[in-house]
Design a protein around this ligand. Structure first.
Ligand SMILES: C[S@@+](CC[C@H](N)C(=O)[O-])C[C@H]1O[C@@H](n2cnc3c(N)ncnc32)[C@H](O)[C@@H]1O
Length: 289
């Protein structure tokens, strides 16, 4: 995968974990050298990722097709590893449970309608589906390979009667989804693998599908230093950048401090639609990607 999931240390990734709040630039030569000296056993795996990155970038110029190819390769190796770099089933369950418990603590009720962006193989989705009323969960992902794994998870967990929707998407414009429909939109470890234009497209359109009073939670690899990326897989943003970008599209953004208390190295932001009463301008969708 996709190295930036916080569940553990990725094999062969000098990025290490997103390590919320760090100011280190994982792309710098100095960081890479230090990492190689500290973890020499991970160097060969990282070298393979560098080679794969170069090859896939040659074949796929746009990020979505590139990342789809990354997911296809990683899912073939291990679906658990594809959504979280440590392939242990125990960690897969634990990170899924953490996402679920957090949202339930924040008021997720069976009657709510939920959209999960980048649902993967339903690490958390299986718990959301079980909790929500039938037909209230909608999972989307860019990867056909991982969506097939999601179906296997549904069967394994016996969740067919909950009739969740699982849809393949090519972008985050949500055009095929209804207006004002979802109480909760959730994206875990998706923006940590997304360049800014993908996040911007999501911000430009997510307000349309949010129900009144609804919110959109997402995690991200946070840096307090220079924003950077490792290969084309892992991206690190400053909180202010994402807050400002959200505001451009009429969304208010809140850094979720209570998420920081959990053993997870990405950070979380919650956005909701700014009310007109706040005296703020509406979303500027004219320039939306
Ligand atoms: C690290 S996995 C996390 C999966 C799931 N959220 C979880 O916590 O298990 C990232 C997932 O996001 C999907 N993804 C990446 N970029 C996406 C995008 N722009 N739109 C939708 N899905 C995306 C990937 O295919 C992958 O399934």
């Amino acid at each position: 995968m996709a190295a930036a999931d916080p569940a553990g240390s990725p094999s062969g990734n000098p990025a290490g974990n997103p390590s919320g709040g760090s100011s280190k630039n994982r792309r710098s030569i100095a960081h890479r050298v230090r990492y190689a000296v500290r973890y020499p056993e991970r160097v060969p795996a990282h070298a393979r990722r560098v080679a794969r990155d170069a090859w896939l970038r040659l074949k796929h110029r746009d990020h979505i097709s590139y990342y789809r190819a990354v997911m296809a390769a990683d899912t073939a190796r291990s679906p658990e590893a594809a959504v979280g770099h440590n392939p242990s089933v125990e960690k897969w369950e634990r990170i899924g449970r953490m996402q679920f418990d957090y949202l339930v603590r924040h008021g997720l009720e069976p009657r709510h309608r939920m959209l999960e962006i980048g649902c993967g193989n339903l690490r958390a989705g299986r718990l959301f589906i079980d909790h929500l009323d039938a037909g209230h969960y909608y999972g989307i992902d860019i990867s056909p390979a991982i969506l097939l794994e999601a179906q296997r998870t549904l069967v394994r967990e016996g969740l067919q009667s909950k009739v969740p929707y699982l849809a393949l998407v090519a972008d985050l414009s949500f055009e095929f989804l209804p207006e004002g429909y979802f109480d909760v939109v959730h994206a875990h470890s998706v923006f940590s693998h997304s360049p800014a234009h993908v996040i911007e497209q999501c911000f430009a359109h997510v307000g349309r599908v949010l129900a009144p009073g609804g919110f959109f939670d997402f995690t991200f690899g946070r840096t307090e230093g220079k924003e950077h990326q490792v290969l084309h897989e892992d991206f690190y943003y400053r909180t202010e950048t994402l807050v400002e970008l959200a505001r451009k599209y009429g969304l208010s953004a809140r850094f979720m401090d209570d998420w920081e208390e959990l053993p997870h190295r990405q950070s979380k932001i919650r956005v909701s639609v700014l009310k007109e009463a706040d005296g703020r301008p509406g979303p500027d969708v004219s320039a939306a990607p």
